[in-house]
Design a protein around this ligand. Structure first.
Ligand SMILES: [Fe+2]
Length: 432
């Protein structure tokens, strides 16, 4: 018989205890949570994902088959907390890798306090399910985005499972404290071992990267590779279907978010070789996926809160052009993309029409800035890498901040302790 370690607060049936003694349990939780060690049933700190004005995702890695919940309130002691369980419909979640809760019904521009609870479940059979006791995480805070939120962001990319490098990036981000971190693809090399995936995706840098500052994830080519690539949404969440129009229910990776004066637009360039290449074994269909994103983008750019944002910045992993005639546009029979021609041709006209000022890309591990020019009104900033820690290589984090009528981008390079570039953008023309 398996013994489940009991570390915290509730006795007996958790559900019954919760229904019968909510306020008493809350008080007990608050007193005992600090003494509990969540390490036995949780593998990672909570990770905030896909912030939205009225919703927020929370996911965390678990060590054993578990269900779980998030306690959410506006008071620091969580005395006004409501408890939201992971799961859909009539069943609560039961997962041996990660648990996730989408918190909904939130108020924009508001600070919330939360903690996670993890309940190990000894599932012996259809009629013999033995829940353990809940282990609580520490309490953390987050702020929902909205027009009054800070107009700030950070960008990291191409971290490729390098935890020490990510820890350095995270420490740098803490020095300027943006509202949100964009994780611009290639979190991994490939996805084929769940224990590694849990650490890579939910514990990057092993430093609590996103316990209080949410992550906006835009997928890179490597994030689609490996036998477990289709398990990625268990860890890095997609948006709920109810958070997008029905023609776009399959586009869970795209986002159009108003963050202060910024409209942040997330696009997915997909794999770095065409769908028909033999490497994919007939399992790739990124072509129509990119086309559908263009239709979504056209609608998203018309949304009032996006249209009225003084600044519009798009994020995608693979650059959208490269002036070198030798650069591979991602639709050739050989090699791999250093830019993505199909995405450029689909999305660039929309950037032009709606005054998107900047595309921030990744993928090449080499910083460059392409200023606007005749025929292309938008700039492209290609970041360095998030995993190259050797002297002379580029370990970069981008700091973005809008203040007054000006957006400033600063590209920090951590190996040399230098700033590779600083770029400013005027507010776009008022759009009604
Ligand atoms: Fe890449």
């Amino acid at each position: 018989m398996r013994t489940i370690q009991r570390r915290t607060f509730m006795k007996g049936s958790l559900a019954a205890a919760w229904a019968a003694a909510h306020s008493r349990a809350q008080a007990a939780d608050a007193q005992t949570a600090d003494a509990a060690s969540p390490a036995s049933v949780t593998l990672t700190p909570p990770m905030l994902q896909i912030p939205a004005p009225t919703s927020m995702g929370v996911a965390w890695g678990v060590a054993t088959l578990s269900t779980g919940f998030v306690d959410l309130g506006t008071k620091a002691d969580l005395s006004d907390a409501r408890r939201i369980f992971a799961g859909d419909g009539g069943l609560r979640a039961l997962d041996s890798a990660a648990l996730a809760v989408r918190l909904t019904g939130l108020t924009p521009d508001t600070t919330y306090h939360y903690r996670t609870g993890t309940i190990p479940v000894d599932f012996r059979g259809a009629y013999k399910i033995l829940p353990g006791e809940a282990t609580l995480s520490e309490a953390h805070t987050f702020r929902t985005p909205g027009p009054a939120s800070p107009s700030t962001f950070a960008v990291i990319n191409d971290t490729h499972e390098n935890h020490p490098a990510i820890a350095r990036l995270a420490a740098k981000i803490d020095t300027f404290g943006p509202a949100v971190t964009v994780w611009n693809g290639d979190t991994c090399n490939h996805l084929d071992q769940m224990p590694t995936m849990i650490q890579t995706l939910l514990n990057p840098g092993k430093c609590g990267l996103a316990v209080s500052r949410p992550v906006l994830f835009t997928a890179g080519n490597h994030d689609y590779r490996g036998a477990l690539a289709r398990e990625l949404p268990r860890l890095l969440l997609t948006r709920e279907p109810t958070e997008r129009e029905s023609p776009y229910w399959t586009l869970g990776r795209n986002y159009a978010l108003r963050q202060g004066d910024l409209a942040l637009l997330g696009l997915d360039t997909g794999e770095d070789k065409p769908d028909w290449r033999g490497e994919w074994g007939g399992l790739a269909q990124f072509g129509p996926y990119r086309e559908l994103q263009a239709r979504w983008l056209a609608d998203a750019l018309e949304r009032p809160e996006i249209k009225t944002a003084p600044f519009a910045v798009a994020f995608c992993h693979i650059p959208l052009f490269d002036d070198s005639p030798k650069a591979n546009p991602g639709d050739l029979a050989e090699g791999y993309a250093s830019w993505q021609r199909q995405c450029h041709d689909l999305w660039s006209p929309l950037f032009e029409r709606h005054g998107v000022q900047l595309v921030i890309a990744a993928h090449t591990h080499k910083f460059r800035f392409d200023a606007p020019r005749a025929g292309r009104a938008w700039a492209q900033l290609v970041a360095g890498s998030g995993c190259d820690t050797k002297p002379g290589r580029e370990l970069t984090v981008i700091e973005g901040k809008a203040s007054g009528r000006r957006l400033t981008l600063k590209v920090h390079e951590l190996n040399a302790g230098a700033v590779l570039g600083e770029f400013t953008f005027e507010a776009r023309k008022e759009r009604t």
